[in-house]
Design a protein around this ligand. Structure first.
Ligand SMILES: Cc1ncc(COP(=O)(O)O)c(C=O)c1O
Length: 418
């Protein structure tokens, strides 16, 4: 009789993993305060006090920017909106190029297209899956204006090398910290190293507001432009009492509500605790997984990894079955996992067929085709496995089910064929 669950054997785990996110009494109290006040947004798109939002928005912006360590925090209704605003605020012009990794969430790149700028993909590193600074020179062009390092899954990019390349070549740096709030590179908080950093508070993230995002910066000009992009391109300062639009440039309805900000006020005070729990669970997994010939998790010593997801590398040659067959078997044992994360972005029709308006007014030589970022392609096709449930309120007991399932599959791999 078969031992593996994929062929009808007993599962290692039949109950679901504990539910995330954790919503406590404090979140409820904060949200009730907003509901009782009767002011759910408070933002208006014209000059005056309310241009910058209401009480909870201001409190959340102050608390989060203080927590990470920047002068300014500008809340948005998503990290994608914050990224779009960042592209505008650092001075990228339509037709210019922005260097991004292809192994990331879609909006790391589409935020440039939204401003009619062109994403140019630079390959990532095989061990930490983040932008490879050595390859930046291969994609630099006279049109390059900015670079967006993504601290993927919570692990920092090589920021010293990226910053020195950027400064030498006059590139602005937007750190995509959607997956890494509270993470650090050589004791520096992520989001404080480049010209600005953007964060996501979408429900699955380390801290969350349902949907939401924030742009952090020490640069007053970036902060002011971001505030205008957030609020329909209107001017912040205008003495006239008459409501009249003073549109200086294209802006959008990217405002966060007081309800989401209220959740953020509560969650920011728990960020350290949430991250500590993630690190504790991930350290256990890393230690166990690194004992297995053919599996490996990498974390650099000088990085504080905050484990939005727990990722590890799979070597088919050593294990003897393909990564995808292994992941099918793991899921059958009751362990959620993702084989490969996302297809490198440039392999999607949006890029292959240059479907965005931006390309009609572009005079550069960007190329999107299979083979341009071989490391990202191989990570996606054969190497990376992600465990999304390495997060509180899960326990070490829950993590040991993952390890037991991995051992069970390897011990019984003769039941599997590629
Ligand atoms: C790397 C990265 N950047 C940007 C985003 C966009 O975040 P949001 O969903 O808040 O727009 C995400 C979301 O998962 C992400 O993972």
């Amino acid at each position: 009789m078969s031992k593996l669950a994929i062929h009808g054997g007993p599962k290692i785990r039949s109950k679901p993993f504990p539910k995330h996110p954790i919503i406590g009494e404090d979140e409820k109290k904060q949200v009730m305060e907003v509901l009782d006040s009767g002011n759910i947004s408070t933002f208006i798109a014209s000059p005056g006090e309310n241009f910058l939002g209401g009480k909870k928005i201001k409190e959340f912006e102050e608390k989060f920017s203080k927590k990470i360590g920047t002068k300014y925090g500008i809340a948005f209704n998503s990290a994608s909106s914050a990224l779009h605003a960042a592209i505008v605020a650092v001075g990228v012009q339509p037709g210019e190029e922005v260097i991004v990794p292809p192994y990331t969430f879609t909006s790391t790149a589409t935020s440039s297209l939204m401003h009619n700028a062109i994403p140019v993909f630079c390959d990532v590193k095989k061990d930490i899956y983040c932008l490879d600074p050595v390859k930046l020179k291969d994609v630099l062009s006279p049109l390059s204006k900015a670079v967006v390092p993504v601290h993927l899954f919570g692990h920092a990019c090589d920021m010293d090398d990226i910053m020195s390349f950027a400064r030498k070549n006059n590139l602005r740096v937007i750190e995509d910290c959607a997956q890494s709030p509270g993470g650090e590179y050589k004791n520096k908080p992520l989001g404080t190293i480049g010209d600005c950093g953007i964060f996501s508070f979408q429900e699955s993230k380390n801290m969350m507001t349902g949907e939401g995002g924030m742009l952090l910066t020490n640069d007053e000009e970036i902060a002011n432009i971001a505030r205008m992009v957030r609020n329909h391109g209107e001017m912040i300062l205008e003495s006239s009492k008459k409501r009249t639009y003073k549109s200086e440039f294209l802006g959008w309805g990217y405002r966060m509500t007081e309800l989401e900000a209220a959740l953020g006020v509560s969650q920011v005070s728990k960020l350290d605790y949430f991250n500590e729990q993630r690190i504790k669970l991930a350290s256990y997994l890393a230690n166990e997984i690194n004992k297995i010939h053919g599996l490996h998790h990498t974390k650099y010593d000088f990085v504080k990894h905050v484990y939005y997801q727990f990722g590890f590398s799979y070597d088919e040659g050593k294990i003897g079955i393909s990564r995808n067959v292994f992941c099918d078997a793991l899921r059958a044992e009751g362990i959620p996992c993702s084989d490969g994360y996302v297809k490198p972005l440039y392999l999607n029709p949006l890029y292959l067929e240059k479907r965005a308006f931006a390309y009609k007014h572009y005079h550069g030589n960007v190329k999107y085709e299979k083979g341009i970022c071989p490391v990202a392609e191989s990570l996606y096709e054969n190497e990376v496995i992600l465990i999304p449930v390495c997060r509180p309120p899960a326990t070490i007991g829950d993590m040991s089910d993952i390890v037991n399932a991995i051992h069970k599959i390897i011990e019984n791999k003769s039941e599997l064929t590629n």
